[in-house]
Design a protein around this ligand. Structure first.
Ligand SMILES: Cc1cc2nc3c(=O)[nH]c(=O)nc-3n(C[C@H](O)[C@H](O)[C@H](O)COP(=O)(O)OP(=O)(O)OC[C@H]3O[C@@H](n4cnc5c(N)ncnc54)[C@H](O)[C@@H]3O)c2cc1C
Ligand code: FES
Length: 285
């Protein structure tokens, strides 16, 4: 059952302040693996974000791209965890401690925490927004199961952090790799299905490649478990104006990025099948 946790701040920040670009200094740049880096910075508004919300990150002279917050602290210390896939993410990952980037946000609707027996399923870098969520869930859920699927051992993320977060609660972790170099050799969704056959879950939270999340959606529907999935789409404005993140009747930047089962059902003709490319053309995934 979703629960309402009280926001840390009593007065919500104004739209203008959220949408205004702030220049922040990178306090730490940590290499997680060969293509992924985590950048820590201080920003008051990001410190008030909900897990699952995202920021638009400006890489001076290159581009502005959406990134989920992979850490959120009330002291305003936040982080993003960036996988290199193209020009902007590559330029971002060349930044080091002391360099500056711009941030707008946090934007969108985050995850709604749930009580009871909850499952968290991350695919690759998709685990990033699920980390601050896990930190919140351990305070309200009875049991937390974290499942992380990657291609190979080098792609694994946050192993120590997961251990720390889960150390004092009833919990389980399952790691899968496609090549068998760590954990169980399979797709993470195969292990999810095994779990769903044996245990009753009250909520599943997921983020990762869209095909994986679509399979998660099918499993959640089959086993009658509510799902919250964080979707990724091309984003330009991040405030619901340009339409570049459209899926069905929803705008992922404003209605999401976290969509619940009901919203996912409403876009099932497009979810896992099509998205708009950088020119706005509808392309097959
Ligand atoms: C809400 C949200 C949160 C995100 N959080 C993270 C995160 O925590 N860590 C992370 O590494 N990445 C995250 N992404 C994805 C990230 O924004 C893209 O990988 C990035 O914009 C790619 O830019 P590029 O110039 O490096 O690559 P490009 O050259 O622009 O693109 C490389 C490839 O990635 C695809 N792509 C580009 N932008 C997106 C996008 N926004 N969504 C999906 N596919 C895209 C392109 O179609 C192309 O196939 C997030 C995206 C969204 C929408
Ligand atoms: S990014 Fe412009 S409408 Fe969503």
């Amino acid at each position: 059952m979703p629960v309402n946790l009280k926001n840390r701040s009593s007065v919500p920040p104004s739209f203008d302040s959220v949408n205004r670009m702030r220049i922040v200094e990178i306090m730490e740049a940590k290499k997680e693996n060969s293509t992924v880096k985590t950048f820590t910075f201080i920003d008051k508004l990001c410190g008030k974000a909900e897990p699952g919300q995202f920021v638009m990150v400006w890489i001076p002279g290159v581009d502005e791209i959406p990134m989920s917050l992979s850490a959120i602290t009330s002291e305003g210390l936040s982080s993003i965890t960036v996988n290199e896939v193209g020009e902007a993410s590559r330029a971002l990952n060349q930044k080091e401690k002391g360099d500056q980037i711009g941030v707008r946000g946090p934007f969108g609707n985050g995850f709604v925490p749930a009580e009871g027996n909850v499952m968290i399923v991350g695919g690759g870098t998709g685990l990033a927004p699920l980390m601050p969520l896990t930190e919140k869930l351990v305070k309200v859920a009875d049991k937390v199961t974290v499942m992380s699927g990657v291609k190979c051992r080098d792609n694994l993320l946050f192993l120590d952090r997961i251990d720390n977060i889960l150390s004092e609660v009833d919990s389980e972790t399952v790691f899968t790799t496609e090549d068998g170099s760590y954990g169980i050799e399979c797709l993470v969704t195969d292990q999810v299905e095994q779990k769903l056959k044996k245990e009753k879950f009250d909520m599943i939270f997921t983020c990762g490649p869209e095909q994986m999340m679509y399979n998660m959606f099918l499993l959640a529907e089959q086993y009658n478990v509510p799902l919250q999935a964080s979707l990724e789409r091309i984003m330009r404005c991040a405030i619901g104006l340009c339409g570049s993140c459209q899926i069905g009747k929803l705008r992922v930047c404003k209605d999401g990025p976290v969509l619940n089962s009901e919203q996912l059902r409403s876009v099932k003709e497009e979810f896992g099948k099509f998205q708009l490319d950088l020119t706005g053309k509808r392309i097959k995934l």
